[in-house]
Write a protein that binds this ligand. Structure first.
Ligand SMILES: [Zn+2]
Length: 277
């Protein structure tokens, strides 16, 4: 399945697949600092064999919201740099949605799987100023091996340069249009943002990469190797999860199994993912 339709209040929403990507040695990427025994237990609960988990197949799913007045896209997928991703525009076209019909694109952060294909000529393109400034400066990425860091910068710098004359930079929490608000969700990257989609008392939180795997809901203190500021990444996860639990909001997670949509259940002071399949 490449798309999934649902409603938040009066808004028509569409989970739309950009593709998938296989990450090798997933423990080193997702849970590098997790205590071995606890991690083994968590993996087993998710039917993963801790001794033989060599590949994590991650779906990439973007969210489109039609508010009735605006067509808003959250993240743009990987564009051309991965073999099994970059299908967002093609999949939108299959549904009769042309790129020039999108009038607002919200970029959660500048990693290339999110900003790879900003092919929307009529859209406002919105990103947090902190994110733009970080990647356009001399980013410090102390957790990443140097080849990984170089590869990221090699991809990100030209993608951002191509947006320089049209990017709209915002600070912190901003209402962009009625029902669509950005939430500063720093940590995965220094200017990462989440998005609140709200209509008729129902809310969905688009979490970008604040939560990469359902196990991060059970152990929000386990940071990924790609979380630039671990302490803030943990605080952001806890904030988003607590907010979703207290408001019974839907969560939308880009890297989860398609469609990446679900609710959470509180369990002690952590949370459990309840996907909508
Ligand atoms: Zn990502």
């Amino acid at each position: 399945m490449k798309s999934y339709k649902f409603k938040i209040g009066n808004f028509n929403c569409l989970a739309i697949k950009d593709g998938t990507h296989i990450y090798h040695e997933p423990v080193g990427i997702l849970f590098p600092d997790a205590p071995k025994e606890l991690l083994a237990l968590a993996l087993k609960r998710h039917d993963i064999d801790p001794d033989n988990w060599t590949k994590w197949r991650s779906d990439y799913t973007c969210l489109m919201v039609d508010t009735g007045t605006h067509r808003v896209l959250m993240d743009t997928g990987a564009g051309t740099f991965l073999p099994e991703a970059g299908r967002l525009v093609k999949n939108l076209r299959t549904l009769g949605i042309e790129p020039d019909e999108i009038d607002l694109v919200l970029i959660s952060h500048a990693h290339p799987d999110h900003v790879g294909a900003v092919a929307f000529p009529n859209a406002r393109i919105v990103m947090r100023r902190e994110e733009w400034d970080f990647w356009n400066g001399e980013p410090d990425l102390p957790r990443l091996p140097s080849e990984f860091k170089e590869m990221l910068l090699y991809l990100i710098k030209p993608l951002l340069a191509s947006l320089a004359d049209r990017i709209e930079l915002i600070d912190g929490n901003t209402q962009i249009i009625p029902g669509i608000k950005t939430i500063a969700a720093t940590g995965h990257t220094p200017g990462h943002m989440a998005v609140s989609v709200e209509s008729e008392g129902q809310e969905l939180l688009y979490t970008g990469d604040a939560i990469l795997h359902p196990i991060h809901m059970e152990h929000p203190n386990w940071n990924a190797i790609v979380d630039v500021i671990p302490k803030e990444a943990e605080a952001t996860r806890r904030h988003l999860l607590a907010r979703a639990a207290s408001g019974n909001s839907f969560l939308f997670c880009f890297h989860f199994s398609f469609p990446g949509l679900g609710r959470i259940r509180e369990k002690g002071n952590t949370w459990q993912w309840e996907p909508i399949n």
